[in-house]
Design a protein around this ligand. Structure first.
Ligand code: GLY
Length: 327
């Protein structure tokens, strides 16, 4: 075994044992591995191990990153316990569950839906928008009509738990986004497959008890998610209004294009937010995940408490993100 390989195997073992992010990224930084050395890889916001597992099932068979991120995003969409995505998502202040999602493929094509109601898998509708229409974004009733024409079923997405939470919320009717709500929020999931195809997806029911008609960052290409096959991909979670104003995912990919490691690129974008909006930044959470074409990954957030899931080299793990503000 040559000494370089021995070093890598030793450090990889150490990384698995110690499980620290610094360790992994130190390896990533110092590994001039062949481009495919650390592929495939998928990363998702928060502890979304079932989602990354679904994506990995596609990637491990040599499948396409696009199929992987769609498969991953569909997991929380169908989970009634997940109160910030799809079925079971908390409604707007009038009791309507309204969904936003977007997807991008390795050719730079994009599809998204916003303010969509009654459809279990908005991410799959977004994919159909990308693949079957001349448009990028369909909203509201138009998006619903398109979904129904495509064979999606109309469903009630308001669970009893979500309805009760809404009834309770109505007592005070105070709109106040909560930092790290249940350590779960929008899922952004981005992947590079073993042919170095890069894709990304993002799906959410948006901020709980938002105004009717409010759309966040998640369906906006470049805000909630951006993927560029030459570079890598990034996705956001947290307060959408802050992400929208800075087109954070696009900015993050551009920082990687300029040569930054995904971890540093994510930190740069979060620092920009903190500098530009100091008051809001202090009171809210925004987190980013990113991967580059080499399979290096990273995440960073405004507030402590953000975590993310990476499936790489057959291991599915959750990492605590470093943050701008400390505990
Ligand atoms: N990040 C999700 C939203 O603000 O809607």
């Amino acid at each position: 075994m040559n000494s370089r390989r021995a070093f890598l195997e030793h450090t990889l073992l150490g990384a698995i044992t110690v499980g620290t992010l610094d360790f992994w990224n130190a390896i990533a930084e110092h590994t001039a591995a062949p481009p495919n050395g650390r592929l495939p890889v998928v990363i998702a916001t928060w502890d979304n191990q079932k989602a990354t597992d679904a994506a990995w099932q596609v990637l491990a068979k040599g499948g396409r990153a696009l199929d992987a991120v769609e498969a991953g995003a569909r997991i929380p969409e169908a989970d009634p316990m997940d109160t910030s995505v799809g079925y079971g998502g908390f409604p707007d202040r009038d009791g309507n569950v309204t969904l936003d999602a977007c997807i991008m493929d390795e050719f730079g094509k994009a599809g998204s839906v916003a303010f969509l109601q009654h459809i279990l898998h908005p991410i799959s509708v977004a994919r159909r928008v990308m693949e079957k229409t001349p448009h990028v974004l369909l909203v509201g009733d138009g998006a619903l009509e398109f979904a129904l024409a495509e064979g999606f079923k109309k469903e009630n997405l308001l669970t009893e738990t979500a309805r009760k939470a809404w009834e309770e919320w109505k007592i005070k009717s105070e709109y106040k986004p909560v930092i790290n709500i249940e350590r779960h929020d929008t899922i952004g999931i981005v992947a590079v497959d073993d042919q170095q195809r890069v894709s990304g997806a993002c799906t959410t029911s948006g901020m709980a008890f938002k105004m009717r008609g409010r759309v966040g960052d998640s369906p906006i290409i470049g805000a909630g998610m951006f993927s560029d096959n030459e570079v890598g991909a990034a996705a956001a979670t947290g307060l959408g209004e802050m992400v929208l104003r800075t087109l954070g995912s696009f900015l993050l990919v551009e920082e990687m294009r300029r040569g930054k490691h995904p971890m540093k690129a994510a930190e740069t974008v979060v620092r920009r937010l903190a500098q530009k909006y100091p008051k809001e930044a202090r009171e809210n959470q925004v987190g980013y995940v990113a991967i580059d074409k080499k399979g290096r990954f990273g995440g960073f957030s405004l507030q402590p408490g953000f975590n993310y899931t990476v499936y790489q080299q057959g291991v599915n793990r959750v990492f605590e993100a470093d943050s701008f503000f400390k505990k």
